[in-house]
Design a protein around this ligand. Structure first.
Ligand code: GRF
Length: 203
């Protein structure tokens, strides 16, 4: 099994995935890490791990369609079974999403369907929710609305700031995202009729 990871910045989720794959000896090749930004600090970690770290700068393309087409051709050089979005901050065209239907995952820092889009921790604090979290989902053309694979919750504390809340959620992201990817790699997770199905271990 082969995976390609897309990032835009720090890449802490990417690091958690790579470390889990190594430590748990997943039957997987992490073929490439691709960023749309040259200054994504996560690229360095990938390089240090001997994983090709590639930049496809969105600024070089006049349209979203042209960027997505270029990105797709770089990705498909590695023929991935799974495409992993890990803090990839570009909205993708329906055509691109359709090409990876059932084999593209994302992590979103909220309990979907609450708080789609950006600044999710600020949204959660403004709403006054007492429980917040993160969601792994299959990517569909409808932004942040794809079939849910896994979620983790954290409490929202009275003295939380966006940063303290983000850190608490991120810790959970680093746990649930690798495990969801592992399920896919091991053939236990698939998208069937628009629903994410996870096979449980036989008892
Ligand atoms: C994470 O909170 C992720 O859920 C969101 O952006 C952040 C990326 O962090 N989409 P990192 O680049 O994985 O460290």
């Amino acid at each position: 099994r082969t995976i390609v990871i897309l990032i835009s910045g720090r890449g802490s989720n990417m690091q958690a995935i790579i470390r889990a794959a190594q430590n748990e000896k997943w039957p997987v090749k992490i073929a490439a890490v691709i960023s749309n930004r040259t200054d994504a600090s996560g690229l360095r970690f990938a390089t240090e791990e001997g994983i090709p770290a590639i930049v496809v700068p969105h600024k070089d393309y006049a349209t979203r369609e042209a960027f997505d087409a270029a990105l797709q051709s770089r990705i498909d050089e590695f023929a991935p079974d799974l495409l992993v979005l890990a803090g990839f901050m570009r909205v993708l065209t329906a055509r691109f999403v359709g090409h990876y239907a059932g084999r593209m995952l994302n992590i979103h820092p909220s309990l979907l369907p609450s708080f789609i889009g950006l600044a999710t921790h600020r949204q959660a604090l403004a709403a006054g929710v007492k429980i917040h979290g993160a969601t792994v989902h299959f990517v569909t053309a409808d932004l942040d609305h794809g079939p849910i694979v896994a979620q983790a919750t954290v409490p929202v504390l009275a003295d939380d700031t966006e940063d303290t809340l983000a850190a608490r959620v991120l810790e959970q992201e680093h746990l649930i995202y690798p495990q969801a990817i592992r399920s896919f790699i091991e053939g236990r997770l698939s998208l069937i009729d628009g629903i994410a199905c996870i096979a449980t271990d036989k008892v």
